[in-house]
Write a protein that binds this ligand. Structure first.
Ligand SMILES: Nc1ncnc2c1ncn2[C@@H]1O[C@H](COP(=O)(O)OP(=O)(O)O)[C@@H](O)[C@H]1O
Ligand SMILES: [Mg+2]
Length: 293
């Protein structure tokens, strides 16, 4: 099982270059596609889902070119788009039956699969309720269920936690990590904590370019010895932010605790262990400076 993204670019109209020479090779596991809004995540995912065509480069699924034979990947694909919508008047079973028919599942297989999936996503109790009354988290779980109807080898979920409350977000993350295994899962997000626990690999994307592709541990190693906690009076915070890359600030009774990313510590700062958030900010900031130079 192998998905190869080879030098893919995507241009919208005359001047928006949404992807620039993007290359990535994926094997089974969970890839966290992490990047700020506008980085090109949705564009990349819709190319992989064969909804959008790249302007240059190619994507292959098990060595089959998606542009030449899109059906090869469509047959094994599960996709939860960023703007996934449900029919409010249908209940969960009716909605999934409809989509199963669209995907070509026969009725007995669909019925069995829908039962399994409603249990998996914890919606069995509300299976007969109209979707219009579902919370954001419940709708996203219906979204995951429809993406899993054909037991996909390639599962693509685009910003699935956007709009969920913190509790729903945690539940959704746990569900996704249960789905890993013998498939390639690609999860896009702009929130580091979404991929912290689930991703086996992280791809950082910024302005359409791949900034890094590594295991989370490797990204953390890159900022080891470079993260400092510095306590300063609050009137020095603005100056500190101008001088240093700051990943976090917390106000306490003894002053502002500032998390600084720098090769050398500010005077009086103490070393602390890096988090993935630190690594993300550091990589993005390096990439921006490289692009500006
Ligand atoms: N259909 C489109 N037409 C023109 N520009 C687009 C279109 N879709 C996305 N873009 C632009 O491409 C860039 C990448 O967008 P997108 O792939 O949605 O990023 P992300 O999902 O990371 O937020 C942005 O600058 C966005 O404005
Ligand atoms: Mg997007």
């Amino acid at each position: 099982m192998k998905l190869v993204i080879d030098n893919v670019s995507k241009q919208y109209g005359n001047n928006v270059l949404a992807l620039r020479n993007f290359s990535l090779e994926l094997r089974p596991g969970v890839l966290g596609l992490l990047g700020p809004n506008g980085a090109g995540k949705t564009t990349l995912m819709s190319i992989l889902a064969t909804i959008t065509r790249s302007t240059a480069g190619k994507v292959t699924w098990n060595d089959v070119d998606l542009a030449i034979n899109p059906d090869a990947v469509r047959a094994v694909l599960g996709y939860l788009p960023q703007d996934f919508g449900v029919y409010p008047n249908l209940n969960a079973v009716e909605f999934l039956e409809y989509l199963a028919a669209v995907k070509g599942l026969d009725a007995p297989t669909a019925k069995r699969r829908i039962d399994e999936l409603l249990n998996l996503v914890n919606l069995a109790d509300v299976r007969k309720r109209p979707l219009g009354g579902f919370s954001g988290g419940m709708k996203q779980r219906v979204g995951i269920a429809q993406a899993l109807l054909n037991d996909p080898q390639l599962l693509i979920v685009d910003e699935p936690t956007a709009g969920l409350d913190p509790e729903e977000r945690v539940r959704f993350r746990n569900l996704l990590s249960d789905l890993a295994g013998e498939r390639i899962v690609i999860l896009s997000t702009h929130i580091v904590s979404d991929v912290e626990a689930t991703a086996t690999d992280i791809a950082l994307i910024s302005k359409g370019a791949l900034v890094a592709h590594a295991a989370p541990e490797e990204l953390l190693r890159q900022v080891e010895g470079m993260v400092w906690e510095w306590v300063i009076p609050s009137n020095e915070l603005t100056a500190a932010k101008q001088r240093y890359l700051v990943s976090n600030t917390t106000r306490r009774s003894d002053g502002v605790h500032v998390r600084v990313l720098a090769p050398q510590p500010p005077a009086g700062a103490q070393p602390v262990l890096p988090t993935l958030e630190d690594a993300y900010l550091y990589s993005l900031s390096n990439h921006r400076m490289g692009a500006a130079a």
